[in-house]
Write a new protein. Sequence first.
Length: 310
Amino acid sequence: MQPASRSNTSIERHESTETVVSLLRTLLFVSGARPEMLAKARGLRADAIVLDLEDSVPADEKLRARDLVRAAVVPVAKAAKQAWVRVNSTYTLLAKDDCRAVVMPELTGILLPKADSPEIVRYADALLRDAEALNGVEPGATRVIAHIESASALLRAEAISRASERIVALAFGGEDYTADMRIERTPGGGELAYARSLIAVVSRAAGIMAIDTVYPYLHDLEGLLHDAAEAKRAGYQGKLLIHPEQVEPVARLFTPKDEELDNARRIVEAYDRASAEGRGAVQVDGVMVDAPVAKRARQMLELFETAKLP
């Protein structure tokens, strides 16, 4: 009975993910310590803006950045963006007050750094529950992207993915992961392959999205696209970004071309006709289409045909 129960939970959470957060092809970090960048955030074309209180903020500016980020959430959300905040990790004494400051109806959710265990996720869930009650936000409305950034987190990824109903995605943190593994991070990214694949598989099994790590080499469009394509092939739906110049090419890569959507429509229509005639498969342009192929095409259409793409 346990496997069936887990399957049903995955389906329910997957449907909830799609309706709540829609597309997350591009998630752009904006430093909470930079007022001029926060002011520009509402005009950026990423699917989601991640207002950052963690790594990009020096220790002596954490409190000031918290106030700046709190003020920036509503303008970002009003610009039809998903407004996320990367709070400080629960290993610090800052996470509780970060949550209390930024949780509001306009906030989509938090990116939880160093989500090394299910216990950390459950603790963050409790912090959010407290912040929602304090700020008049519907219980459970604040979503979580759990950041997998260490070898320990990777080995616990499945339990982490199911530790809270708030979780809509696992994000891969390649910089911290390679530091933890004491290996070099390279532009080619071969050292990321195992962790990247495992996170994608775990996310799919849990019915949530997989968000890829940042590509830290600025002004390297070719390398960025290679890195993003590797993630897409592994099963990721989007990518964390650190510069506005990365948004458009990554969004384009994670968006089906018009001809791909046209082909998906032909596949669905042909398969539906075949099913109505009692056939389990049909040929479309010389390619066999059966139930899994039709399902993949239908999912693409459901996600992208109604989306308001920037």
